[in-house]
Write a protein that binds this ligand. Structure first.
Ligand SMILES: Nc1nc2c(c(=O)[nH]1)N[C@H]1C(S)=C(S)[C@@H](COP(=O)(O)OP(=O)(O)OC[C@H]3O[C@@H](n4cnc5c(=O)[nH]c(N)nc54)[C@H](O)[C@@H]3O)O[C@H]1N2
Ligand SMILES: Nc1nc2c(c(=O)[nH]1)N[C@H]1C(S)=C(S)[C@@H](COP(=O)(O)OP(=O)(O)OC[C@H]3O[C@@H](n4cnc5c(=O)[nH]c(N)nc54)[C@H](O)[C@@H]3O)O[C@H]1N2
Ligand code: SF4
Ligand SMILES: [Mo]
Length: 727
């Protein structure tokens, strides 16, 4: 019931769901939300919004959302108070470490952590207090190859070159669908308008994708590409540039170290080979390379489709190299580095995690440890395979790995064998249902918001703070308070460690996440530590509900490079190794049982695995469908809307087919994040139209061994019509 004695009010905030940081205006009355609309005055998003933001009210109001800690019992879940919950978590995690050593406790950090400043600031001390090497996050199911290239070339895993989309003349988009995803490692709300503006100023966009995506539909040109063959396309294009004397470092000439060595390293790769591997003919590759190099400014941009695939590590590197050798690094209209109000890359440097490879490798699969993290493809085996260092307990923070890492069913089996597991989450879902304790996170409208992580990849410099709209209901605590409390309880037992952890708890409780943010804003490029200064601090940011604009990106190299020598080395051992292995690829055996390659797909009304519990987002026809090319469909006797069985090395799933010429011959596509058919979850809406999890068929033995990134695109599968399956 709406209380009419309470006046309607407007609340301005940024949407925390994806990297677009859209400004919202929420009209509310008491506890009731009337509307969620785009804020036309938001300095960054200027009136852009998508349907997911409107569904924030569904998350807020969801009866399923957890508001009190839960404990698993023999007969089901029971609510418990915070004190009991926190002490059981400390007991469970410490107990596992006492019995099996520090590495027995693993942590997994999911995607929402990247969006919340408080978790980002308070999670590292917690992980340090736990002191285990077994750390996992979405890094290795998402952007690991890109982070590795940023570390090796620019000296910091979080120093990302971002497309200067609004001033470019040529946008080459590989394996990304920003019209739907709203841009990733490129915060750019309203991509449709930006692409049209690029075309209106005489520029061009070219999309390389095995699917004619929503982005491709707007582009000047779209080329289908065989999954995981982008590395060949880039090598081909780079050959064309060298052959035509079009390599020009531009301003980076003085700080790029080894162009000749790079040229030698790729000399054996030929253009016809590129055409044969990619399915794009020689003339098209040549003209693409020429157009790219001859444009006054150009951007090569690659995302999920170029990272989470067989050659993701080399591909992400070559995308950077292509930008550099055409003079487009740090150039207006090329790829540029943001100057955020709080510089995440500098924070990473101060806290000692600007990237780098550990001296040891993973226990299973012998994969590299990058930025202190194990790749997620090893997580299930690290739990299942006995021996020293085996995982016995897990802390899962804002993650749903059962639906998001390869071979989710195997991970579920592994989770069942753990001594102890805690999830911090909004829901009792596919992953948290395996926990012993679930600690509820506050809802997105019950917390303050500052996009600390996302400003580091924004196409324009800006800052905005959103206060909480509602007070957290029930027993919910702010997430940073939970992390701080756990850090104190999990710190070591020596007298010194106890004193230090108590002092930290005392200090940071008083300082609060906002106090810490205030200090960081004052220390940043737009702030000042001087009392009374008019420069940026939290109070001045709070006075600007539509945000503060700090202008377009500016050239900043070589000064801002994080490499010791302030130079960029193009060539690194890991890439040389990768090129050598690539040269041998034609000798690799192919499994003839699997004649199709499965790739992923994102949709506007979905956000990874956790927005399907909103009726307004899932209504209508089931969207978890397998897109298949008409020629493949007719070869396999599959008609539109028919049930099919999709089989990979690890499992089979059944779902509806959607015959579509937007998908390349030999390729099939389905969205990930579905599969809400697991018993024991509390997702009343999502479970009505559960769909199937793509990660039930993706393969944990599928990874790019150079970095350990998961292969989530280009998975060998076969598809049969359902009635044929039963024959
Ligand atoms: N096949 C396939 N798999 C993929 C991908 C793909 O393209 N294809 N994409 C990969 C990518 S890019 C990513 S980023 C990962 C995502 O992998 P995950 O992060 O593991 O998955 P999400 O679905 O984002 O799950 C987020 C979880 O956090 C919870 N949550 C939401 N908000 C909050 C909050 O404020 N606090 C807390 N504590 N919890 C919260 C949600 O309920 C949900 O359980 O998936 C990867 N997996
Ligand atoms: N609506 C919505 N928005 C989101 C999300 C969401 O789930 N839904 N998730 C957010 C997250 S966590 C992320 S990381 C970003 C991801 O942002 P994007 O990377 O822009 O999104 P995807 O749709 O995964 O785009 C990957 C594209 O790669 C293509 N592809 C697959 N394999 C290959 C290949 O081998 N080569 C090439 N060239 N292309 C290939 C696919 O067809 C697809 O179009 O989106 C974010 N925004
Ligand atoms: S595009 Fe992203 S940030 Fe913008 S409203 Fe949609 S989910 Fe929120
Ligand atoms: Mo992601």
């Amino acid at each position: 019931m709406v209380d009419d004695t309470i006046k309607r009010a407007k609340h301005y905030r940024s949407c925390c769901l994806c990297e677009a940081m859209c400004g919202l205006v929420i009209e509310y009355q008491g506890q009731q939300i009337h509307s969620i609309k785009a804020d036309p005055d938001d300095v960054f998003s200027r009136g852009h919004i998508c349907p997911k933001a409107v569904a924030l009210q569904d998350i807020h109001n969801a009866p399923d959302r957890l508001r009190e800690p839960l404990r698993r019992t023999e007969t089901g879940w029971e609510t418990i108070d915070w004190e009991t919950a926190l002490s059981e978590v400390a007991k469970g995690l410490k107990g596992a470490q006492k019995r099996h050593g520090p590495d027995a406790v693993a942590s997994y950090l999911g995607n929402p952590n990247a969006h919340h400043y408080d978790t980002l600031l308070f999670v590292e001390p917690l992980l340090k207090a736990i002191g285990s090497r077994q750390r996992y996050s979405v890094l290795s199911s998402d952007y690991l190859p890109h982070a590795m290239a940023c570390y090796l070339l620019f000296g910091n895993q979080l120093f990302f070159p971002v497309p200067d989309i609004d001033r470019t003349d040529f946008f080459l988009c590989l394996g990304a669908n920003p019209v739907v995803s709203a841009g990733s490692l490129m915060s750019a709300p309203g991509m449709t308008k930006r692409i049209k503006a690029l075309q209106q100023r005489g520029g061009q966009m070219v999309v390389i994708d095995p699917r004619r995506t929503e982005t491709a539909a707007l582009a000047n040109t779209h080329h289908f590409i065989r999954p995981a063959s982008d590395v060949w396309l880039l090598l081909g294009m780079i050959q064309v540039l060298f052959d035509n004397d079009l390599v020009d470092l531009g301003a980076s000439q003085s700080y790029v170290a080894d162009l000749d060595a790079f040229k030698d390293s790729i000399a054996d790769f030929s253009l016809p080979q590129a055409a044969q591997q990619t399915g794009i003919d020689v003339a098209d590759i040549t003209s693409l390379a020429l157009m790219f190099a001859q444009a006054p400014s150009a951007i090569a941009y690659g995302r999920v489709g170029t990272c989470t695939q067989q050659h993701g590590t080399l591909t992400a590197w070559l995308i950077c190299v292509l930008n550099i050798i055409t003079g487009n690094l740090d150039r207006i209209g090329g790829v540029m580095f943001p100057e955020p109000a709080v510089d995440l890359a500098k924070l990473a440097q101060w806290s000692g995690n600007k990237g780098g490879f550990a001296a040891y490798k993973t226990r299973v699969h012998d994969l590299p440890i990058f930025a202190g993290e194990y790749p997620v493809v090893t997580m299930a085996d690290e739990m299942l395979i006995e021996g020293d260092g085996q995982i016995k307990a897990l802390l899962c923070l804002a993650g749903n790995p059962v639906l998001s890492v390869p071979n989710g069913k195997k991970l579920e089996r592994a989770l069942e064998g753990l001594d102890f597991m805690v999830s911090i989450d909004l829901y009792l879902n596919e992953t948290s249902r395996h926990a012993d304790i679930i600690l509820p996170a506050v809802g997105p409208l019950e917390r303050a918001h500052y996009s600390l992580g996302v400003h580091a990849v924004a196409t324009r410099n800006s800052a905005k703070y959103s206060p909480p709209l509602f007070r957290a209901a029930g027993y919910s605590r702010q997430e940073w308070e939970v992390l701080l409390e756990l850090s104190a309880r999990l710190a070591g037992n020596s007298p010194l460690q106890v004193i230090s952890s108590q002092l930290k708890r005392w200090f940071f409780t008083r300082l609060s996440a906002d106090g810490l943010l205030d200090i960081l804003l004052r220390l940043g490029p737009y702030g000042s530590l001087m009392p009374g200064s008019k420069r940026l601090n939290l109070a001045s940011l709070k006075d600007a509900p539509h945000g503060l604009d700090y202008g377009a990106l500016k050239p900043c190299l070589p000064g801002k490079l994080f490499t010791k020598t302030k130079t960029i080395r193009l060539l690194h051992d890991i890439y040389i190794k990768g090129l050598n292995e690539l040269a041998d690829i034609s000798n690799k055996a192919v499994d003839k049982r699997f004649d199709l390659l499965l790739i992923g797909r994102r949709e506007v009304r979905s956000n990874n695995s956790w927005m399907h519990n909103s009726q307004r987002l899932v209504k209508g026809r089931q969207r978890c469908r397998l897109q298949i090319n008409p020629l493949d469909a007719s070869r396999l006797n599959i008609s539109n809307g028919q049930m099919v069985r999709l089989t990979s090395r690890v499992a089979s799933i059944e779902l509806l087919a959607e015959v579509s010429d937007s998908i390349m011959l030999g390729v099939v596509s389905m969205p990930h994040g579905w599969g809400h058919n697991r018993k024991g979850s509390r997702l009343s809406v999502a479970s009505q139209a559960p769909g199937m999890s793509m990660n039930d068929v993706s393969d944990d033995a599928g990874f790019d061994a150079l970095s350990g990134v998961a292969i989530l695109n280009g998975i060998p599968v076969c598809v049969l019509a359902k009635d044929k399956v039963n024959q």
